[in-house]
Design a protein around this ligand. Sequence first.
Ligand code: C2E
Ligand code: CA
Ligand code: CA
Ligand code: CA
Length: 279
Amino acid sequence: SKELGKNQVQYYTHDFHANMQQRMQLENELKLAIKRDELRLFYQPQVDATTGALAGVEAFICWQNERRGLLAPDDFIPLAEESLLIIDIGRWVINEACQQFSTWNKLYDLKNMTFTIAVNISAKQFKDHGLFDYLRACIKSNEIDAQLIELEFTESSLESSLDAIDMLNKLSDIGVKLALDDFGVGYSSLSQLKKFPFDVLKIDKSFVQDPRDNGNGLLAAICAFAHSLGYETVAEGIETEEQKLLCQTLNVNRLRGYLFDKPMTAKELQKSWLTHLLK
Ligand code: C2E
Ligand code: CA
Ligand code: CA
Ligand code: CA
């Protein structure tokens, strides 16, 4: 009735204000996160699908906040994107990943293997017109081989502007590897794909894990499509031996998922995956 409707409105506005307040507080704290040194990168191994050997890592950001604990990217990256804090955070991620990579290059013998470090880039970072120069400076000062840096963009990047194509071409020209993340989720842009200089397609975990994909026809088609167009492939979300074997059969190049390991700190990665490569 009317009475109930009124109450609902009151609840709604109350919740709305409470949410707004919480959001603004979170945003204010996130603004301070870099200064307070509260951001962390976690690294998850990627393995060569054929040999099972370590092929590199993907870096994931987390936020270690005193009051809230450890926040996962999904808890604050969307807010960072809306508020454009993602520009500073995105640069922090690039710098941190490059410094870590340089440290590993000094400690471990990575020369005889292809060890790539993959970094997630938000489509909103195309608004950062200094990003290209920033990345190039990080690569240079840390003496990194540009080919070993892989930048991951989601399909929403494909819908965006000429800025996107322009920046991707510049990145590709200096040898940085470009990967399209969550491939297959936004199939609308399939015809757009060749306009962009991607090297790698990352097959979304929903395809690897889809129980309704009987006989795995969809996954097989995606892999065949990717390879016939000359892309390298990475499958994510590999949790079972069966999924691993399936991806091997489909000639996926690299694999990532809990079957191999979870995202972990740099120190943990060193202990579990890198010690045998000590110089
Ligand atoms: P994504 O790049 O598609 O990352 C895959 C997500 O799957 C990660 O979650 C990862 O921890 C998780 N994952 C890894 N292996 C498995 C598995 O075997 N099974 C399952 N079910 N999940 C697995 P996470 O760390 O919560 O990251 C979520 C998303 O946040 C990422 O999706 C990425 O889009 C974004 N993100 C993470 N780090 C950054 C960053 O530094 N910058 C930006 N812009 N976005 C980031
Ligand atoms: Ca990714
Ligand atoms: Ca993904
Ligand atoms: Ca994702």
